[in-house]
Design a protein around this ligand. Structure first.
Ligand code: ADP
Ligand code: MG
Length: 751
């Protein structure tokens, strides 16, 4: 029996889904596939797993819940454990590099990618009595594939007399893709619709559509806070960097004046959480709070409990840089309007929200603001459907979203900000009507909305390379991937490109998986990296390749500019110092030819050594490494190492913090290994005489021709190979900002 505390039980009873528990459970008991659609916040994610648990579905087997986002998997498992008064041993999560699942786990929240991997070792998923695919409307690649696979697994389990339930949960969006696809489900699954108490939301369009939507959003928030009645504000922007910049400006405009009240509140919070007592170093004292407490002396600051400063700080300033896409569009960002304090206005409790925000900081948005403050949350589209934020009355919608675009032929990726879909802006607006009537301010005109917005965003599977998916499906003996019951099929060109790339790698021949292909699919990395790992075993280079592959799989290891703002003089000095260190890391001869990848290897090696001496943070700061990336690389190295040990017990591979840099011969072999994995990604230097009449030759100094690309691609500014300009290079990725750039570049020498 579940014994819940009173406060939680009262909150649950307010959720509309609770009134329908009995009906929902009856339909689940009578059907093997069920679609459950309901407005965001109706209680699907937190309550349905509890209904199943209480109905006995976790007695013999586990209940699986998949989420497309890591943040949702972690935060929902915590919330459900708390609601049920059970430990995280029983209500657990599992994401790519971490988790707390145990043998006693009853309900397991995991990312959809993790469940797909589990399918490879047990195609029937016999551990589970129910699989819930949450947020199916997001149409993530893995959720889509899981729907297809589970549509076959469910009848198989039935046949074996060991039935399993499949529950597809979704916002009320585009359900026809699941219900009227006869290839997917022969018998149309029943759809349960849960109504949420939704209050009317008044939509206000702008008369004109301004280019500078961040400035517009700032102005709107100021206007709401200075002229409109009580009620929380939720602002949608496109990425982490925009979130932080807007939060900073709003904190500057509306400092927290009633400090004593806030401290009282913070004390409460602190008593409740009673942990995290580390000292606050001066450098930890963060901008937002500095403004908030600008009248107080430094001494005083130290007395304030850490929880206070920490939770009202922006992590990017003290912990990490932004995710990589955010750094690519730096040219657009800082149209830094001078913000001055708005006097006589209510203080604004401004909080950031985005996927990579540490979860204890995410939890802040669920707690009420300090007395006398208005809540204001600046969020990416995480707040659209995955997390429900209480007490929002005003939504400010920039109408923008950031997507990673991928060119199906050339493989070039780019991040672009463009208009979101009608469906998602309606979701955003809906966030304002959860606790009472609300308002949504759309920072674009109704003409733009009607004429330019698409109805829905296209499913992710049509916008991504499908190589790893294709290989995984082949390994599951899915012969004709083209005939797979995808909810929405990727286009033929994507599948063909994936197949031919896998054939080039040697993972497939004539459409069948080779032994190498099987080995490759065991590694939780892209197939090309899997191949590099498989080969380096033969050369006794596994520790290096593991390290390189791990480093290449993590975004933005080496920073371009310091995280903390500095003056232009200082900035220049720091950049020069970092560049000098990187040149030194690059070394000579074959090491130098290994180029950017040598620098990566040395950087990670040196950081791990510093870590073994307890000096990681200092080392990262001084040398321009992103500390979080180093930690993630370490996790990935351990995970890959364990995976290799399982498959090849005789392999000599450990994660050694004192790993010496590769010697000249090893560097040469590593180049060959890189080439074997990325042989389709080669570029040739553009000779000066090839530059067309009238074009500026200087501009083409770092230009290359990449295979099957018309436009030139360039060596990135941070590349150590800009000094030597090799004739041929192999690159890890091309991305586009104002120009096309190559990342992770190594030289190829004719042997
Ligand atoms: P759905 O999945 O239908 O969108 P959820 O189950 O996520 O709905 O949310 C139900 C309710 O639980 C919401 O009102 C939400 O605010 C609340 N809730 C979810 N997570 C937390 C949390 N960590 N702390 C407090 N309340 C939460
Ligand atoms: Mg949900």
């Amino acid at each position: 029996d579940v014994i819940r505390n009173e406060e939680i039980q009262a909150a649950r009873l307010k959720l509309p889904i609770l009134a329908e528990e009995q009906q929902i459970m009856e339909i689940i008991n009578d059907n093997s596939v069920i679609i459950l659609a309901g407005e965001t916040g109706s209680g699907k994610t937190t309550q349905v797993p509890q209904f199943l648990y209480e109905a006995g579905y976790a007695l013999k087997k586990q209940i699986a819940v998949t989420e497309p986002r890591r943040v949702a998997a972690i935060s929902m498992s915590k919330r459900v454990a708390e609601e049920m008064n059970l430990s995280t041993k029983e209500i657990s999560y599992l994401i790519r590099f971490e988790g707390n699942a145990t043998d006693e786990t009853k309900i397991k929240f995991m990312t959809d990618g993790v469940l797909l991997k589990e399918l490879q070792s047990d195609f029937l998923l016999r551990k589970y009595s129910v699989v819930i695919l949450d947020e199916a409307h997001e149409r993530s690649v893995y959720t889509d594939i899981l729907i297809g696979l589970l549509s076959r697994i469910v009848p198989l389990r039935e046949k074996r007399g060991d039935p399993m339930k499949l529950i597809i949960m979704s916002a009320t969006l585009r359900l026809e893709d699941f219900t009227s696809n006869k290839r997917l489900f022969k018998i149309t699954p029943p759809v349960i619709k849960v109504d949420a108490r939704q209050f009317p939301v008044t939509i206000h369009f702008n008369k004109r559509t301004s280019e500078d939507y961040l400035k517009e959003a700032f102005n709107k928030a100021v206007k709401i806070n200075t002229t409109l009645p009580e009620g929380g504000i939720l602002i949608f922007v496109t990425g982490q960097r925009e979130v932080k910049s807007l939060v900073r400006k709003l904190r500057k405009a509306f400092p927290l004046k009633h400090k004593s009240k806030i401290l009282e509140k913070e004390k409460e919070v602190k008593d409740r959480e009673a942990k995290g007592e580390d000292d606050v170093a001066d450098s930890d004292v963060e901008e937002g709070m500095r403004h908030a407490l600008r009248n107080k002396k430094k001494k005083k600051l130290k007395v304030i409990p850490r929880i206070n400063l920490d939770d009202y700080s922006l992590p990017g300033d003290t912990e990490t840089a932004s995710d990589v896409e955010d750094d690519l569009d730096s040219d657009r960002e800082d149209s830094d309007v001078e913000v001055s304090m708005v006097t006589n206005a209510q203080p604004l409790w401004t909080l950031p929200l985005y996927s990579l925000l540490p979860s204890h900081k995410q939890q802040k948005v669920f707690q009420p603001p300090p007395a006398g403050c208005r809540m204001c949350i600046v969020s990416t589209n995480v707040a659209e459907t995955s997390l429900t934020i209480p007490n929002v009355k005003y939504v400010v919608d920039t109408g923008k979203t950031k997507v990673k675009l991928y060119d199906k032929v050339t493989g070039v990726t780019s991040y672009v900000v463009h208009w979101t879909s009608k469906a998602s802006s309606d979701q955003r607006a809906g966030r304002a009507g959860r606790t009472g009537p609300g308002h949504c301010y759309r920072l674009y005109s109704s003409a733009v909305f009607n004429d330019t917005f698409r109805e829905f965003s296209p499913p992710e599977i049509q916008q991504k390379p499908v190589d790893d998916l294709y290989l995984q499906m082949k390994c599951m003996n899915i012969d004709k991937v083209v005939n797979f019951p995808f909810p929405t099929a990727p286009d033929l060109l994507q599948l063909k490109t994936a197949e031919s790339r896998l054939e080039t790698l040697g993972a497939l021949t004539a459409g069948t998986v080779t032994a190498l292909g099987k080995a490759i699919s065991k590694f939780p990395v892209l197939p090309r990296y899997g191949k590099m790992l498989a080969l380096s075993h033969q050369q006794d280079l596994l520790p290096y390749t593991v390290c390189m592959v791990a480093a290449l799989s993590v975004q933005e290891v080496l920073l371009e500019v310091p995280i903390l703002n500095t003056g232009p003089e200082e900035l220049k000095a720091v950049r020069q110092k970092w560049a000098a260190t990187r040149r030194q890391w690059a070394g000579l001869c074959n090491s130098l030819l290994l180029g950017d990848n040598m620098v990566l290897l040395r950087a990670v090696g040196a950081a791990e050594y510093a870590n073994s001496q307890g000096k990681l943070e200092k080392f990262c700061d001084e040398n321009g490494l992103r500390m979080k990336a180093i930690i993630e690389i370490r996790k990935l190295r351990m995970q890959l190492t364990n995976e290799i040990k399982k498959n090849l017990p005789e392999a000599e591979v450990t994660v050694d913090p004192k790993m010496p840099p590769p010697n000249d011969l090893q560097a040469k072999l590593l180049r060959q290994i890189l080439l074997s994995g990325m042989g389709d990604q080669i570029a040739k230097k553009i000779a000066p005489e090839e530059v067309k009449e009238g074009e500026d030759r200087v501009k083409f100094k770092y230009a290359y021709h990449a295979n099957n690309m018309e436009e030139p691609v360039f060596l990135h500014q941070g590349s150590v190979l800009r000094k030597t300009l090799p004739e041929y290079v192999v690159y890890q990725e091309i991305y586009e900002t104002n120009k096309m750039y190559m990342r992770g570049v190594t030289a190829i020498e004719p042997e």
